[in-house]
Structure formats: C-alpha cells, structure tokens
Design a protein around this ligand. Sequence first.
Ligand code: C2E
Ligand code: MG
Ligand code: MG
Ligand code: MG
Length: 281
Amino acid sequence: RAKLAGGSCYQVFSEEMHVMARDRLSLEVGLQQALERDEFTLHYQPIYCLKDNHLYGFEALIRWQHPTEGLLSPERFIPLAEETSLIVPIGDWVLWQVCRDLQRWQEQYPQHSFCVNVNLSNRQLMHPSLVEQVLAALEQTQVPPESLHLEITESVGMDKPEQVRDILLALKAHGLKLSMDDFGTGYSSLSYLTNLPIDSLKVDRSFVKLITETNQQHSVIDAILSLAKGLNLEVVAEGVEHAYQVIRLRELGCDYAQGYYFSRPLTREQVDQLLVERYRA
Ligand code: C2E
Ligand code: MG
Ligand code: MG
Ligand code: MG
C-alpha cells in the first residue's frame, strides 16, 4: 500500500513538473514574439521631492500585454528574459521607448526638467553594446543625458568589479546618473558600494515598511540615510504607502519618495494628464 501511495505521489509530481515546463516553454516562445508584436508597454511611477514637493521624475516599469493572459507584471517574465538573454533586446526597447517619451514630454514642457529612471538587469549592463545603445538612443532623441537615470542592483558584477566600474564610469562620463536600486537587500559590502560611481540610493520597500504609525524607532532607515549623506548620495524611498511615512522620511532627511501614497505606476496617457494638471494649471 505504501508503495502504491508513493507511486501515485510520483505521478502527481511529474505531472506538475510537466505543466511547469510547458508553461515556461510557451512563455519563452511568447516572449520571443512579444517584441515583434509590440506587446510590451511601459508604466511610469512618479517620484516626488520631499523638500518642496516638486515632481522629480518617473520610474519606467515594463509590463507585457500578453495576448491571452492579460497584463503581466515584470516579475512574471523578467527572470526568464534574463535567463534566455532576451533581456538585452527587451532592455534596448525600454531605453528607446523611454527616450522617445522623454523627448515628447520635454518638448511639451521645456521650462520644466524631470528625469526618468530605467531599471537595468545585470546581464544588460555587462553586455558589450550597452553604452553604445544608451548613447545612440539619447542622441537620436536629443534627450539630455542627465535626464536618464539608470538603476542597477547591488549584485551587479560582484565577480567582475573592475569591468563594472569601467562601464559605470563610461556612462557617468557621458552625463548619465546612476542609482542603486533595492538598497539594503543584497549582500554587497560597503567597500564595494563606495567603489562604484553612483549618485543615489533607493531604499528598498521592506525598510520603508518598518515605519509604522506607532514605531518611533527607525534605526535601519536612519543608518542608511546617514551612510548616504556621508557618501554624498541622494536617497529615494521606495514603496511609500502612508502619510505618516512621508512625514517621518522627511524628518529623517530623505530627499525623494515614490509609492502608492503618491501614485501607482501610470500609463503614458495618465502621465500626459498629470503633466497637464501640474504644469498648465
Ligand atoms: P523595482 O525597480 O524595485 O520597482 C519598484 C516596484 O515596486 C514596482 O513593481 C512598483 O510597481 C512597485 N511599487 C511601487 N510603489 C509601491 C508601493 O507603494 N507598494 C507596493 N507594494 N509596491 C510598490 P513592478 O512594476 O511590478 O516591478 C517589479 C520589478 O521588476 C522592479 O522592481 C524591477 O526590478 C523589475 N523591472 C521593472 N521594469 C523593468 C525593466 O524595464 N527592466 C528590468 N530589467 N527590470 C524591470
Ligand atoms: Mg527600480
Ligand atoms: Mg526598487
Ligand atoms: Mg524592488
């Protein structure tokens, strides 16, 4: 009997594995076609300055309008795109789309400056054509390089620190700004961080969550902010959902914030609307 149960157990397991492998394969095939079929889309989440409330810029966040599964979040397909290297052409598409959108918005509001943050996968950053692609997109669209901020993660090129440093220095030499995303969640050492030519830190949502209505002790965020100030870096808080978090972050000296409290990520049309309201009022 035990043997029988074990047998059926094995069968269920392998069936599940089969379904997973099939789903993965169809996702991979779909991902390959998604670029040609123009199924990706960008949402833009506003980032605000905590000192004077001005609109600092947006973070571009990719979505996939899947033909049968609806709008897919990046968590569903970015890991697979990274594994298969499709992240390189997808990442190029993001860069070009962001530059085209920025060009239009900057033409419409020449007296206001705002930036767009773009997430870079490690694999994309290490790809030999990255700097070339970034510069080509900027040049074609006439977007000033300082409007484009690239977000990298702590784990970037830990095995090839010299190579990463050179790439980042090349980008900085052309005027781009660099930001460390999800700061505090990785395993990078402080010496690694201080060796990278970055301009700002994004405090991960998991730390912002520690700011509750009753908790007055914010030693982790406090420490991150002191560290950032000591290194002359600006700080952006991610995942801000409550007014009391905004108040506390401002008191602690945090420069910028984004999160559902201010706004969810917006479609391009919603950004158009936001800019009209903010700048034409
Ligand atoms: P991330 O760069 O850390 O982006 C922030 C994520 O937090 C976004 O999820 C955003 O929608 C979400 N978020 C913002 N405010 C709040 C809040 O107040 N509460 C909560 N619970 N969540 C909030 P999203 O759009 O699903 O993106 C997930 C991740 O996918 C991003 O994390 C980023 O690592 C990656 N990603 C997104 N777009 C791209 C892209 O174009 N290229 C690459 N390589 N990665 C991307
Ligand atoms: Mg990000
Ligand atoms: Mg982040
Ligand atoms: Mg994150």
